[in-house]
Design a protein around this ligand. Structure first.
Ligand SMILES: NC(=O)c1ccc[n+]([C@@H]2O[C@H](COP(=O)([O-])OP(=O)(O)OC[C@H]3O[C@@H](n4cnc5c(N)ncnc54)[C@H](OP(=O)(O)O)[C@@H]3O)[C@@H](O)[C@H]2O)c1
Length: 349
């Protein structure tokens, strides 16, 4: 068992996920690394296994399946970790890096899962990028390292409706309504399908950062969990091959190579600019997970790359946080007292 703790990275088969794993495997500590994928038999998971095998420390790293669109899969994954940590077979979680995300479907929205109240499926951006992370975070709280544990949420600039870059997607066409984000009425969806998908991707990340603030508040009020830190990181825009695959053939041979060239040059001039390499963003995310100097020690910290930043003003609205929290518990069929937050809360209800 490796006493430096367990590090879990979700979405490890993705472009940023693979960069995170390569970087984590080169760190001086001996962590037990758990790299997650939604599908163990995929080509990307095979590629990830080859990466793990190519590092000396690869034997401390393994690939584990968890599908964030499937609440049963999240429960199975979390209860396996929780029972191993409580039995002393796995060290407590030093860093839970929630990087996996679903985004940008050109052909419209996708739906999956089942609302336990009604049986209705959830919209996929909301389900994977927000609700899956909500459930996984709450279930794994009991296994977090009580002194040094951190939960790092990979956010996005797309979460903030007031940002200039988001205006072209028409953020005003999607108002904040949690029930509609979870279960949109398909007959009422806007006809600009790819912009609608981007708006919902952005809204799922807004839900994520809204939840982040509420969770940190609750942890701070909970005996024994009050040293666990929540950190959010916006990794900028990373135009890697998985994103390039989603562009048109014309864009793939013109705009994509130009932006990739610009990104390589811009990283030296303006490292936290809009376009970033996955290597730079992986460094930023892992710094948020492990750095023990200010400003990384602050509670509820948020970074744009490696620069302290603020989340959208909407995410700080306490009424929104409360409504989102309460509905989310219903969507995952969980009561707060069943989680590690339950028994020892000393703050407000
Ligand atoms: N690329 C950008 O420009 C950009 C900008 C801002 C923020 N971000 C954020 O950065 C993070 C990493 O993105 P990326 O660019 O590396 O994307 P990516 O290459 O597409 O990787 C995303 C990963 O998420 C995983 N994933 C998707 N659906 C899942 C599910 N249902 N259950 C479990 N895992 C699932 C996939 O893993 P499987 O293959 O195992 O399904 C995939 O490896 C995301 O949180 C994204 O929102 C990216």
């Amino acid at each position: 068992m490796h006493m430096d703790g367990t590090v879990i990275v979700t979405g490890a088969t993705g472009a940023l996920g693979q960069a995170l794993l390569k970087n984590a495997l080169q760190r001086p500590e001996t962590h037990t690394l758990l790299a997650t994928t939604s599908y163990r038999a995929s080509a990307r998971a095979t590629q990830l296994q080859q990466i793990l095998d190519s590092y000396d420390k690869g034997q401390h790293a393994s690939i584990v399946e968890v599908d964030l669109a499937d609440q049963d899969s999240i429960h199975t994954f979390a209860s396996d970790i929780n029972s191993k940590v409580s039995a002393g077979k796995l060290p407590p979680i030093r860093a839970l890096v929630l990087n996996a995300a679903f985004f940008f479907e050109r052909n419209g929205l996708k739906f999956a899962g089942r609302d336990p109240r009604t049986g209705d499926p959830f919209e996929m951006h909301f389900l994977v990028n927000y609700l899956g992370n909500f459930l996984l975070s709450l279930l794994l709280l009991e296994s977090m390292d009580r002194k040094r544990g951190r939960i790092v949420y990979v956010s996005s600039w797309a979460h903030d409706p007031s940002r200039r870059e988001n205006k072209r997607f028409g953020p005003d066409k999607l108002s904040w309504n949690v029930e509609d984000l979870a279960h949109p009425v398909t007959s009422k969806l806007a006809s600009d399908v790819s912009a609608e998908a981007m708006r919902r991707y952005g809204a799922s990340k807004l839900a994520l950062v809204t939840f982040m603030h509420a969770l940190q508040q609750r942890l701070t009020e909970t005996r024994d969990l009050d040293n666990i830190r929540i950190v959010g990181v916006d990794p900028g825009a990373m135009l890697h091959s998985n994103i390039a695959e989603k562009t048109s053939t014309f864009e793939r041979f013109t705009m994509v190579p130009l932006i990739q060239l610009y990104t390589r040059i811009a990283q030296y001039i303006n490292p936290n600019g809009m376009f970033r390499t996955v290597e730079k963003s992986a460094e930023d995310v892992l710094r948020a997970a492990f750095e023990t100097t200010d400003p990384y020690l602050a509670r509820d910290a948020y970074f744009d790359g490696n620069r302290p930043a603020e989340t959208a003003v909407e995410s700080k609205d306490l009424e929104r946080q409360k409504e989102l929290w309460q509905l989310s518990l219903l969507y995952v069929g969980l009561e707060e007292r069943e989680t590690a937050l339950g028994p020892a809360r000393c703050g407000t209800p």
